[in-house]
Design a protein around this ligand. Structure first.
Ligand code: VG1
Ligand code: CO
Length: 563
């Protein structure tokens, strides 16, 4: 078969964000748009003789894009492609496949938790050989290539059948279509105590029911293999578990706003343990009857109980980490256990170097991302099984009383205190307003005008004194690269903090995120410590909105989503 060189012109704005290039499907469908970006990836990596994994969440426009990648990749001398059947590999499963088969990297077709379909979002993300998202030096290089591209190469060959597992050749390239699920389940089996979990679930069929909601995303087949086929749970323990290209018309984001299909059933049927994952399977929400685990607490609790998980018992816990806006609950666990703890910018790519250097085992983000160094992506199903493993272990010593999610939360707060945490998202606001908000805070930073000012909450009369304002900057301890402007932080004299950040994953307009955190020590007592987060944070949120003048700048009274 022969290679053709197709002339093209650069498109503006092909700059990968927090997690790849994300745009509307219609943007990707423009003639040459997807081809340009794919060629730019191949122009930025050592493509000759490479092995590349292709996976994704199966969203609309994925099958077409796999064919595009094959044509361009083969014409650029990729030696081997490993592709998930039907172009499906969850983000964590793809990370595992890259590592397990020692691939050069991988291309993931996903826009994560964003809706899919002809009028919704698509995305392309490049991961490197450690299985993690490409670091900024690579994504910057891809972006540079997109700005000067003049042509791309394609192999002239008929489309490949992605629905049959097997191996064949495609031009000069070997192609393997693999089972999307098997390697991932093998990985989890090597991490967790499956027999302990299974025994616990068997014994508690009536008082500890499990419900996993795939939100029509990629995790359905993984959840079925795990919960139904391995743990022997009934079919009714999984729902919305057939991946659909438009996620059933929904918004596959596991939080209290978008995962209402889970929340409703959990509440109605008194389900002790509910969970959901996002479109590409790297996020998770743990939610039982009357029990919501905020992700910042989730990662801290997993770290607290780590020794009940065989993987950590065997290998030890090397260090802990969180993204900057994530609450400091995990820092308290690190302190108690004498472990290193790192604060990195938002986005999973910043954890990879620390893991590769053997300094980080467990980490998380407030945005429903939790994971460990078993792979180099956050991992939704891993977090769900971690919670099941921990609950099974905790219940081993409690034959007469079932220990549930809330018991673990309350016990944790009684030891460490509680970091009340919430995030307000203002989605698709005008970019001008968002930039003006950032400029306003920068001005206060430079002039020091907010320092030591006192602000009183209108509804509760609580007073907050500003103790500092800074722009978060990170220097990677391993490769010493510096990432600037990663969010503006206002601190208060009582230890509370508020963070403002512009999202790097939106596909249109600007999205402003406001993160608020307030800490109460264990001495505050069980009543105060178990308050709903919205109550515990009410006064701080009022003050944060006042100081930032956010409503004025964005022209929005209410956030789009509160988590
Ligand atoms: C958001 C989250 C961030 C997460 C990223 C990718 O980024 O805040 O914590 O790592 O999404 O997650 P941003 O820049 O929009 O705040 V996923 O599941 O979309 O790959
Ligand atoms: Co995701």
């Amino acid at each position: 078969s022969k290679v053709q060189e197709i002339p093209t012109k650069p498109f503006d704005g092909q700059k990968p964000g927090t997690s790849g290039l994300r745009k509307r499907v219609k943007v990707f469908q423009q003639e040459h748009y997807t081809e340009n970006f794919v060629q730019a990836i191949f122009d930025s990596i050592a493509v000759e003789g490479s092995t590349l994994v292709i996976g994704g969440d199966g969203r609309y426009f994925s099958p077409e894009t796999v064919q595009t990648i094959l044509k361009i990749g083969s014409a650029n001398n990729v030696s081997r492609f490993i592709i998930g059947k039907d172009s499906i590999l969850s983000t964590p499963a793809a990370s595992n496949v890259i590592r397990k088969y020692k691939a050069t990297g991988g291309i993931l077709l996903t826009a994560s938790h964003n809706p899919g379909g002809p009028d919704a979002d698509f995305g392309i993300k490049y991961n490197v050989s450690n299985g993690g998202p490409a670091p900024e030096n690579v994504t910057n290089q891809i972006y540079e290539k997109t700005k000067t591209i003049k042509s791309y190469k394609v192999l002239d060959a008929p489309p490949v059948d992605l629905s049959k597992i097997g191996e064949f050749t495609y031009g000069p390239t070997k192609v393997s279509i693999i089972d999307s699920v098997a390697d991932y389940i093998t990985l989890l089996e090597s991490i967790f105590d499956f027999s302990l979990i299974k025994k616990f679930l068997d014994e508690h069929q009536s008082d500890f029911r499990v419900l996993f909601d795939g939100l029509h995303g990629v995790t359905g087949p993984y959840a079925r293999a795990l919960l139904v086929e391995n743990f022997g749970l009934p079919e009714s323990s999984i729902q919305n578990c057939v991946p659909s290209p438009n996620f059933g018309g929904g918004h596959p984001d596991p939080n209290l706003t978008y995962a209402h299909s889970l929340v409703e059933v959990v509440e109605k049927e008194n389900i002790a343990f509910g969970a959901a994952s996002d479109g590409d399977g790297d996020r998770n929400m743990i939610y039982g009857k009357g029990a919501f685990v905020t992700p910042s607490d989730s990662v801290a609790i997993i770290a607290h109980w780590a020794e009940t998980i065989p993987y950590f018992k065997k290998g030890g816990v090397k260090g802990l980490a969180r993204s900057m806006p994530t609450s400091k609950a995990i820092d308290l666990v690190a302190k108690k256990k004498g472990l290193e703890v790192f604060e990195v910018p938002t986005g999973w790519k910043f954890f990879g170097n620390l893991m590769d250097a053997g300094r980080l085992s467990i980490c998380g983000e407030e945005s429903f991302g939790t994971g460990s160094d078993h792979i180099r992506e956050k991992d939704g199903i891993w977090a769900v099984v971690a919670w099941l493993n921990i609950l099974a272990a905790a219940n081993q010593n409690s034959p007469n009383k079932l220990i549930g999610i809330n018991d673990l939360l309350n016990e944790f707060y009684s030891i460490y205190g509680r970091s009340f945490f919430s995030r307000y998202d203002y989605e698709e606001v005008p970019s001008d307003g968002a930039n003006a908000l950032v400029a306003h805070l920068n001005e206060a930073l430079k002039s020091g005008s907010l320092n030591d000012t006192v602000h009183t909450s209108a509804s509760t009369s609580t007073k907050y004194t500003v103790s500092g304002l800074y722009d978060f900057e990170y220097k990677d301890p391993i490769d010493h690269s510096v990432s600037k402007n990663q969010g503006q932080v206002i601190t208060f004299s009582d230890g509370s903090r508020v963070v403002f950040r512009l999202s790097g994953t939106g596909s249109q307009g600007a999205t402003v995120r406001m993160y608020v955190e307030r800490y109460l020590g264990p001495d505050a007592g069980p009543a105060a410590l178990s308050e709903p987060a919205a109550e515990g944070l009410k006064s701080l949120i009022e003050v944060a909105l006042e100081i930032s003048k956010l409503k004025e700048f964005l022209g929005r009274d209410e956030p789009t989503v509160i988590t």
